[in-house]
Design a protein. Structure first.
Length: 165
């Protein structure tokens, strides 16, 4: 009985893996067809780009990068305790979008060839804790994502339409 249940579970996992691969391939195809530049940012894969685009919708609804950072919860919040002033991440904002940005930040912080790695190392050398350095990196990632999505949106709007008459 245990063996048959284990085989069923393994079969289910295999089918799910095939479905995940198929959906990922469809997402990659759609992203490539749309000309979105998000996957070119280190740490942003096809699924993460889709999550970011789905949660953000129209990037031009945010007038500035700080508006997006505030919406995602990556804008720093100043807190003061006695004579020490410091910042922490906001606990507000879109937590799903914040999670996607966190994935990008962690990937960049661990990849020596990315800009995020240099930023993270520089903040650590300045005496910030790992969490503080990650907070700063997530803010930079949000800024870069907003600029990339805004540029993509502007490029689509200025692209000449093709008439099929």
């Amino acid at each position: 009985m245990r063996k048959s249940i284990a085989l069923e579970i393994v079969g289910d996992l295999h089918r799910l893996r095939l479905q995940i691969d198929e959906i990922t391939a469809r997402i990659k195809t759609e992203l490539a067809a749309s000309g979105i530049q998000l996957p070119k940012i280190p740490g942003v894969g096809a699924v993460t780009a889709a999550r970011i685009l789905a949660r953000t919708r129209d990037p031009t609804r945010f007038p500035s990068e700080s508006s997006l950072a505030n919406y995602t919860g990556t804008a720093p919040v100043e807190i003061a305790s006695a004579d020490k002033q410091r910042h922490r991440l906001s606990r507000r904002g879109d937590r799903m979008l914040n999670s996607a940005i966190h994935i990008v930040g962690v990937t960049q912080a661990r990849t020596p060839s990315s800009l995020g790695y240099a930023d993270h190392q520089r903040k650590m050398a300045e005496g910030k804790t790992s969490r503080e350095a990650m907070r700063c990196l997530k803010r930079q990632v949000a800024k870069r994502l907003w600029r990339t999505m805004r540029d993509d949106q502007l490029a689509r709007l200025t692209m000449p339409s093709v008439d099929t008459a």
